[in-house]
Design a protein around this ligand. Structure first.
Ligand SMILES: [Zn+2]
Length: 185
């Protein structure tokens, strides 16, 4: 529900952005890689008007990179870009009437400035795990013969910490507070 109070409206946009970013990251991480995208990833891409890669291109990208799982980086980046763009558009319509809402809005805009790069760096660190070459080759070999236990490990890999205030994913472990809503971690 929308409200005329600028602070309430900014909080709503923070929640909207935080929950979509979190959803995009967890759903993208839960993709197996070269296979057909899952229904929830297809729906999220379509919601943000992102065109999915052809299946043959998915397979080609996956084979030519060392990605262990996840949606292609291009799709992930396009979805995050669309969320941020939409969030900026909503925020632009908020008319701040006092210092405190002005400050909230400024902090949120600065947070949005960093969130594409932060999201992509975070995502890459999850889909290209830092491992020795040997263990990377081993897990690539293992993932070719997938089992129910592997499905479980994929869902664990998709776990992402979130802000208690707005629900945004915590993309930088060293950061003491949320860059959207300012809540301490
Ligand atoms: Zn937050």
């Amino acid at each position: 529900m929308s409200s005329d109070l600028p602070e309430t409206r900014i909080r709503e946009i923070e929640h909207w952005t935080g929950s979509y970013l979190h959803q995009a990251i967890t759903v993208a991480l839960s993709q197996s890689g070269p296979d057909e995208p899952s229904q929830d990833w297809v729906e999220l891409m379509s919601h943000f008007k992102v065109i999915p890669l052809e299946l043959s291109e998915r397979k080609r990208l996956f084979v030519s990179s060392s990605m262990l799982h996840g949606a292609p980086i291009t799709e992930f980046r396009d979805v995050i870009t669309a969320i941020i763009k939409s969030s900026r558009k909503k925020l632009k319509l908020v008319k701040c009437t006092d210092d405190s809402s002005e400050k909230m809005k400024d902090r949120f805009i600065r947070g949005l400035d960093d969130s594409l790069d932060d999201s992509v760096v975070f995502y890459r660190s999850r889909v290209f795990p830092k491992k020795s070459m040997f263990s990377e080759a081993m897990s690539a070999a293992e993932s070719r013969g997938k089992t129910a236990a592997d499905e479980k490990s994929i869902s664990t890999e998709a776990f992402v910490n979130t802000c208690n205030g707005c629900g945004a994913p915590r993309l930088r472990p060293g950061k003491p507070s949320c860059s959207f809503c300012g809540q301490d971690f």
